[in-house]
Design a protein around this ligand. Structure first.
Ligand code: NAP
Length: 268
């Protein structure tokens, strides 16, 4: 696993007199999307707009322009790109936000707007980890059954808990930024919190709640990784949901620095 850079510096380039700034649309909702907006904002070459889905009640706003809400599918996004004269599109959404990434690929292809996907690297198991890798939340629920888990730390976010709702045996500690949407498992306690999380904090959660299984998406990144270390130390198995693939043919950057490089190269 590679840590994401905290600060990014790129050589400043000033456009020739009279040149319009290039309009960059960042599809956001992640720490990396905000860092990318911070890295590009204020450069006279660029005008940055970040798009948020509007799922989180109080998002940390990125610098630059912000728009909120869906576009109305791939056609709606393509229309937005044309109407707002977008010069480049960066899909910096969460690795599990597959629909918007698919729509971005379709919209970029139909409008011929260059597209980059910014995806933090996947987590990789290390010696001592006990991971059960699965392809979906439904498979994660099956894996919990197979493990005979009694007390589960469920960290897959507030959406998709329906996949676990039929499990009436285990008790679940669900951690999410905003309250989860029903249906949820019958025996659920909710912990509202937003990363980054510390190793000490994660150790304490596993200990205090006597957790015997953790469920996570392969989100990658440092902010939510300490739970993996805490689980390894405690000998607790982790059910890891595999990521959906990036749409075929889309260029990928793994770090904010690489994304800035792509943007500056493209704009050069
Ligand atoms: P999704 O299933 O891929 O997208 C569902 C719909 O939400 C899209 O079709 C689009 O509506 C709208 N949408 C998604 N991201 C958008 C954005 N950045 N700007 C404008 N509209 C957006 O996405 P999701 O999994 O529900 O995630 C929603 C947002 O939360 C994403 O932006 C993602 O970065 C963030 N997020 C997701 C997760 C996760 O685990 N999935 C975790 C952390 C953060 P239209 O079709 O109407 O355009």
């Amino acid at each position: 696993m590679r840590d994401l850079p905290v600060t990014v510096t790129v050589p400043e380039t000033v456009p020739e007199t009279g040149e319009q700034p290039l309009h960059l649309l960042i599809l956001g909702g992640t720490t990396e999307s905000r860092r990318l907006a911070e890295a590009l904002h204020g450069r006279t070459r660029f005008r940055v707009t970040t798009s948020l889905a509007g799922r989180v009640a109080r998002p940390v706003p990125p610098p630059g322009d912000v728009r909120v809400g869906g576009f109305g599918g791939a056609d709606g996004l393509a229309r937005w790109l044309r109407e707002h004269r977008v010069d480049a599109l960066i899909d910096a959404t969460h690795p599990f936000a597959a629909t918007i990434s698919h729509n971005a690929a379709l919209a970029a292809a139909s409008t011929r707007v260059p597209l980059l996907a910014l995806r933090r690297p996947s987590w990789e198991p290390v010696a001592g980890d006990d991971w059960r890798t699965v392809g979906s939340l439904d498979e994660a629920a099956e894996a919990l059954r197979g493990l005979g888990a009694r007390r589960v730390f469920l960290t897959t976010g507030r959406m998709g808990l329906a996949a676990f709702a039929h499990l009436d045996g285990p008790w679940f500690l669900v951690r999410s930024v905003d309250a989860p949407e029903p249906p949820c498992p019958a025996r659920t306690e909710v912990l509202l919190d937003r990363g980054p999380f510390t190793l000490d904090g994660e150790r304490e959660i596993l200990r205090r709640h006597r957790i015997d299984a953790v469920v996570t998406k392969d989100s990658g990144g440092a902010a939510t990784a300490p739970k993996l270390t805490a689980a390894r130390e405690a000998g607790v198995p982790v059910v890891v949901v595999r990521r959906p693939p990036v749409p075929e043919g889309v260029a990928v950057a793994e770090t904010v620095e690489d994304a800035v490089e792509w943007v500056t190269h493209f704009c050069g």
